[in-house]
Design a binder for this molecule. Structure first.
Ligand SMILES: *Cc1c(COP(=O)(O)O)cnc(C)c1O
Length: 377
């Protein structure tokens, strides 16, 4: 559906960012997180690129996302992080479910026996995220119980960080020590080590103790660092500056209007011209994921210059002040996110303006725009 806004995805940037992760984690495997349509970049195309680059595992949130990847011809193991509601699909699509409690393990075991199948599973433990996973003080015993259930094979152990992006490492280190305690107890009882993965992007960049056998990055693959600005350890910083954002959001100037001083622009008259003005009407709005909080509060690139958003962002349209960009013309291509000439608008810049994080900017805008794929870098 072409609404004007286009998300241009640079697949070579994603390959480059994968290379950056590999330089940091060396021999560890990379489980590429492609949930939420690869953070708005298009899961099928991004996954094909990553698999082509040798990524051994993909991770998604939901079974439906895994089904889309299988339908796109992707054959690598897919880890389903959150739902394991539909056991048929887990077997039919050959997925690796993440089990969060004993009950789910039992149901999978029963389903596997019925199917005369052996299902590989990974089990999540809650080390302090407070969301999903085995918790309490019987975790190691429960893992042993799960490992003995017929029809299932305990092949992986994982956990998830609550705040690995902060300069204060104490809570992340506490989570790692809890994870290590469970790993040791379980390997003692089972007499074998279990393949373990814990690190999200923040921990990939800044917490080597969390790299274990594999890492599980998302946002860095798309070219953004989750680390809090003022708190980046210097080693992480060089990797961080090496990342290349993969998404550009482009649209166009639908029309330009010449209006006198004192003219209100858009809903609610929150902007009134102070001078004779040229106002550009841009084909993007909150229905395209361009947040209404950018009203009077963001910039769009036109002819390589920053044009301020004026008035409220509408459902399908946004107005910008082009008075100082004399060369701007109707039908000009504009860049809402990404580079144009020497200027650049990042998802971090927009996130600060919208009071959110780059993840939400990417999933909102990328998720709603028609996508094209390029290999630029
Ligand atoms: C989203 C997610 C990741 C990836 O997080 P990033 O911060 O994007 O690297 C890893 N593990 C789990 C369980 C997740 O939900």
């Amino acid at each position: 559906m072409n609404r004007g806004a286009i998300a241009e995805i640079d697949l070579s940037a994603i390959a480059h960012n994968l290379g950056t992760v590999r330089k940091i984690v060396r021999s560890r495997q990379v489980i590429a997180v492609v949930k939420a349509d690869a953070y708005g970049h298009g899961a099928a195309a991004v996954s094909k690129k990553l698999v082509g680059e040798g990524v051994p595992y993909l991770a998604v949130a939901y079974i439906s996302e895994a089904r889309e990847l299988r339908e796109a011809g992707i054959n690598v193991p897919i880890i389903v992080l959150f739902d394991h509601g539909d056991y048929e699909d887990i077997f039919d699509l050959d997925l690796i479910p993440v089990v969060h409690d004993i009950g789910a393990a039992l149901s999978l075991s029963k389903a596997a026996i019925k199917k005369k199948a052996l299902k590989k599973i990974h089990v999540k433990i809650d080390t302090g995220m407070g969301r999903l996973g085995l918790n309490g003080n019987r975790i190691a015993d429960e893992l042993v119980e799960i490992s003995m259930m017929p029809g299932i094979e305990l092949c992986g152990l994982l956990s998830h960080f609550s705040e690995a992006d902060l300069a204060d490492r104490s809570y992340a280190l506490l989570q790692i020590s809890r994870f290590n305690a469970v790993r040791e107890a379980v390997s003692g009882k089972l007499g074998r080590k279990i393949f373990s993965h814990f690190a999200n992007s923040a921990a990939v960049l800044s917490l080597e103790d969390a790299h274990f056998d594999a890492v599980r990055p998302g946002i860095v693959l798309y070219g953004y660092s989750p680390l809090a600005r003022q708190t980046i350890p210097s080693s992480a910083f060089s990797a961080e500056t090496d990342l290349i954002p993969a998404m550009t959001i482009k649209s166009k100037v639908l029309c330009i209007r010449n209006i006198p001083p004192g003219t209100p622009v858009s809903y609610g008259r929150t902007f009134v011209t102070k001078r004779k003005s040229r106002i550009g009407v841009i084909s993007i709005g909150y229905a395209d994921g361009y947040s209404r909080s950018f009203s009077n509060n963001a910039e769009i690139l036109v002819r390589g210059k920053r044009a301020p958003v004026v008035g409220r962002v509408c459902m399908d349209l946004t107005m910008v002040d082009l008075t100082d960009i004399k060369s701007a013309r109707e039908n000009d291509e504009v860049v809402i996110l990404g580079r144009q000439g020497d200027e650049r608008i990042t998802a971090d810049e927009l996130a600060v303006k919208a009071g959110t994080i780059s993840y939400e900017v990417l999933t909102s805008m990328g998720g709603k725009s028609e996508k094209t794929y390029v290999e630029n870098s």
